[in-house]
Design a protein around this ligand. Structure first.
Ligand code: AMP
Length: 434
């Protein structure tokens, strides 16, 4: 079979690499891909942008693609799955209506509240309805979010109501363009975050291995929010008890409610969760696709054939399949470009790739492009090195050894990816599930 992967980041490199390992797959096309997918055996890049829905559909038809998997949220929110369905092209992901769970935080919050799924108390404001007096009656910290897609940048954790007011006014005033024409202001939740990702077929659901990422640029989770500076799987915070609770209180009710609301959900569904000190689970956000960089360690552990899982989902047969996981832990370290996340510098030449690729583990490319025989940085997050090991600590050691030879001007990475999980391992209270 022929598979099309839409997107060009680290997540899509991992998807393409995983699909290309399947004995059923003759070729994987990546649109547009990066310098890493270009070098992957049985993988070919085609220069069609991930947002060019007409171009992607034309590509899928022309190449007689058997299965398309969408990486990023923008084409899903824009309706790529509906466009492919209209031409009977198998495409794994939610339709535009269900993708609003990610595309509009105001929609997601209203949905969660209406169906009694646990999430922070909130209010939604537009420029006309904004009520600074209400805000002044609240207590800090408080969280201000642009409702629309803002590439992970539209969230401000304000430590005072003045800061929250300034953030809300900036968003409503156009700081994130359309994405900020509505803002969600919600209660601050404390605890430990975890990503919980499932595959759904409209009715049945299969959880993927648990994972956790590090969103902040700086060590000890300090500094500005980023798309994610590293991730690991499993996430020890997701114990068996937490897993059961998330399935019971969040995942199953969400999928039932989506079906009841007339938009049965097929695709990857990512719940960003806050696990409170008492074990309480709250939804911070939904994403309608896999997370980046969580995908890289998760797929490094997946033993089953991903194309089979996606096809089972498209056939509404996920109840008859159970993914198999490598027992080992996996940990991915992101190397970001100079200036990330504020003002990314592009075009720096990357050294040491070949030496890194000789080492155990897997190096995924994200923002890279080839120019002649040089590989240059072409995005904020440039590479993600994934190591495996019998503990998160061992996986961490392998990941850092893998990326050790890599050098480019201004590169940024954290040296402490996985520290919370490793502290838990030391305390001997690790996860009892995969
Ligand atoms: P979101 O895109 O909504 O997941 O927000 C991005 C990040 O902001 C999350 O990963 C959390 O670290 C943080 N965050 C979002 N909402 C809250 C909240 N209600 N309380 C505490 N932290 C939050």
């Amino acid at each position: 079979m022929k598979v099309l992967i839409v997107g060009g980041g680290g997540r899509e490199h991992a998807l393409a690499w995983k699909c290309a390992q399947s004995p059923r797959v003759r070729e994987v096309i990546v649109a547009p891909g990066n310098a890493g997918t270009e070098r992957e055996p049985r993988v070919r890049n085609v220069a069609v942008a991930a947002t060019d829905i007409d171009g992607l559909l034309e590509l899928a038809v022309r190449e007689a693609v058997d299965l398309t998997i969408i990486g990023p949220e923008a084409p899903l929110v824009a309706g790529i799955v509906d466009a492919f369905a209209a031409r009977a092209q198998p495409c794994f992901g939610p339709g535009a209506r269900a993708a609003r769970l990610e595309g509009s935080k105001a929609f997601a919050k209203e949905f969660l509240q209406r169906h009694g799924i646990p999430s922070a108390a909130y209010r939604v404001f537009s420029r006309d309805s904004y009520d600074p007096a209400w805000l002044r009656s609240q207590r800090a910290p408080i969280v201000v979010k642009a409702s629309g897609l803002a590439a992970g940048k539209g969230v401000v954790i304000a430590t005072s109501v003045e800061e929250a007011d300034a953030a809300a006014r900036a968003m409503l005033g156009g700081r994130f363009g359309e994405a900020g024409h509505e803002v969600v202001i919600e209660q601050f939740l404390s605890g430990e975050e975890a990503s919980f990702i499932v595959m759904a077929d409209g009715e049945h659901v299969v959880p993927l291995a648990s994972a956790q990422d590090h969103k902040r640029l700086g060590e000890a989770d300090s500094g500005p929010n980023t798309g994610g500076m590293g991730a690991y799987s499993p996430a020890p915070v997701v114990t068996r008890a937490v897993h059961e609770r998330v399935m019971r209180e969040v995942i199953r009710p969400t999928l039932r409610a989506l079906a009841a609301d007339g938009m049965p959900y097929t695709g990857f569904l990512y719940a960003g969760l806050m696990i409170g000190p008492d074990g309480a689970v709250n939804v911070l956000e939904f994403n309608c696709r896999l997370g980046d960089p969580e995908t890289q360690p998760i797929l490094a552990r997946l033993r089953s054939d991903l194309t089979q899982l996606c096809e089972a989902a498209l056939a509404h047969r996920l109840d008859r399949i159970e993914p198999q996981w490598d027992e080992r832990a996996a940990l991915g370290v992101v190397i970001a470009a100079a200036g990330y996340p504020e003002s990314v510098r592009l075009g720096d030449s990357i050294e040491g790739l070949e030496a890194a690729e000789q080492r155990p583990g897997k190096l995924f490319h994200a923002g890279t492009r080839r120019e002649g025989d040089r590989i240059l940085t072409s995005g904020g997050r440039v590479l993600c090195g994934v190591g495996l090991g019998h503990s998160v600590r061992e996986a961490q050691r392998e990941a850092y050894a893998l990326i050790e030879p890599i050098r480019f001007e201004g590169m940024q990475l954290r040296r402490d990816i996985g520290y919370r999980a490793i502290a838990r391992e030391r305390r001997g209270s690790g996860s009892d599930r995969g």
